[in-house]
Ligand binder design. Structure first.
Ligand SMILES: [Zn+2]
Length: 150
């Protein structure tokens, strides 16, 4: 890997450690030419296909910004959103795929969001499950009530 400071073509790893429960590896590198240090992170690639045909790397911050809209005015903290995004990523990686549709990312958000905040869940589900009438909301609420009684 090139040194970002002097563009030297070589750098050496001085330290490696896993982060995020083993999902990423952080490496400290040092450039033998200018001796500056920098870090890199490595994680298995996971591509998200958007409906527009474009694909982009999975990003927890995109998950968080999508969910944050649904959480407006709800008692949900940034830490809880970060944990939710991590759970979403873990659930997707457990499927053993390296590519996923953006729509399926939305569906993977539903379960952890349901556990976090029911109102935010209903808002989000109305988009991702394509609610288009009051009956759709009624049956989703009915579902939640049934689950709550278990
Ligand atoms: Zn350098």
């Amino acid at each position: 890997m090139h040194c970002p400071f002097c563009r030297n073509e070589d750098s050496r790893v001085v330290d490696s450690r896993t982060a995020d429960d083993g999902m990423t590896i952080r490496r400290r590198r040092q450039c033998p030419a200018c001796n500056k240090r920098f870090s890199t992170t490595e994680s298995a690639s996971l591509a998200v296909h958007k409906r527009s045909g474009v694909s982009e790397p999975f990003s927890r911050s995109k998950v968080i910004s999508g969910v944050r809209k649904a959480c407006q005015g709800r008692p949900v903290t940034d830490d809880q959103l970060a944990v939710l995004a991590q759970r979403v990523e873990e659930a997707i990686r457990l499927k053993g795929v390296s590519e996923i549709d953006a729509h399926d990312v939305g569906l993977a958000i539903l379960q952890p969001l349901k556990e976090l905040d029911l109102v935010a869940y209903l808002r989000f589900a109305s988009v991702y499950r394509g609610f288009d009438c009051l009956e759709d909301f009624e049956s989703a609420i009915e579902e939640l009530r049934t689950e709550g009684e278990k």
